[in-house]
Design a protein around this ligand. Sequence first.
Ligand SMILES: CC(=O)N[C@H]1[C@@H](OP(=O)(O)OP(=O)(O)OC[C@H]2O[C@@H](n3ccc(=O)[nH]c3=O)[C@H](O)[C@@H]2O)O[C@H](CO)[C@@H](O)[C@@H]1O
Length: 388
Amino acid sequence: MSSESFRLIVTGGGTGGHTYPALTAVRTLQARLAAEGRALDVLWVGTPEGLEARVTASEGIPFTTVATGKVRRSSNPLKLVSPANVKDMGRVPLGVAQARSVVAGFRPDVVLATGGYVAVPVGLAARMCRVPLVVHEQTVRLGLANRGLARAATRMALSSEATLPLLPESARRNAVVTGNPVRPEVLTGQADKAVQTLGLHGFDRRLPTIYVTGGAQGSMQINTLVRDILPWLLTCANVIHQCGPANADALRQATTALPADQAGRYLLTGYVGSELPDVLALADVVISRSGAGTIAELTALGKAAVLIPLASSAGNEQAHNARHLERAGAAVALAGEATPASLREALTPLLSDPAARTAMANRAREHGRPDAADLLVNVLLAVAAHRG
Ligand SMILES: CC(=O)N[C@H]1[C@@H](OP(=O)(O)OP(=O)(O)OC[C@H]2O[C@@H](n3ccc(=O)[nH]c3=O)[C@H](O)[C@@H]2O)O[C@H](CO)[C@@H](O)[C@@H]1O
């Protein structure tokens, strides 16, 4: 390696939506620096119970934790001052003190925060230590943590232009639209590999394949809807159903009565791990929640989708994502009361008419930003260089 290494602290996590964009940024930065003969020294600050703890362990990324305070949302303002919230908020100063010592000790060129409660103390510590802070927001509406950090950020990196008017004036001047980074491997899956690795030999490749996903935890609502229309669905499609690790046993019981040929066209799984890119490559139609990470993947790839938003997502952000794509003809959104009948109605044209799903897939692709990771890395490098 020729010159000094680049030093990055990355913070964020809890769910996949905050963790995977950060991971993608780390990997992309590493590759960019390697091409210039430089090394990346990275430290990820997260929570022990978040997905980021597992992801960093499997990726070999150095990881440390700080105390965090989690605010439990409630529509009743009085419940915001619940004993649990008060206790957790009391942990914030401790977290900031710990984060300050982590940042001062590591001396990063830049701190990247991608949201989740842990991003708050680390972002504030960056500001206190006068280290440039880049905050990345995945969703159109600002998450709670990022709203708190917007004023402290050197640059706000956004996934959508639609977020700009929602920012405070001072943060708007520092904002740049990068898109939401998608793991590169998600874009290079192979359909045949999914068949081999997952043993989908009973799938009828003349029929379209549906990938059902409820996000990392699975969705009871989507599971029930799909279970109710499964006998019909399996007459006209193959189905890969990701139902959430905790739900797999109960659902398996409910689907044992399928006739053998139909059972061969159905794969039930709690979680899709490293096979995810190949599963997405095989899928002609996706039934999904509309979290920002999933939306970024479906649009980067160009997939026809029926979206069933999580009603209780922050600021109703999933419904917003789904409506935005539906207006563009890039998905069907089943907001409000999705029923087995409305799901079946949404799927029918997509399953029976290949041209209809190709048209929807093409419109979805127009919303994709496959270059988001590169643009975010440009921001990290520019901010660090400016610091000099
Ligand atoms: C309940 C909640 O608060 N959800 C929020 C959370 O979404 P959450 O993290 O639950 O969902 P996202 O859609 O953003 O991301 C899920 C990620 O996990 C991956 N995956 C999922 C299932 C699986 O079996 N294998 C797998 O790899 C998906 O491909 C995707 O990359 O953060 C998002 C980004 O801030 C928000 O938009 C969501 O509203």
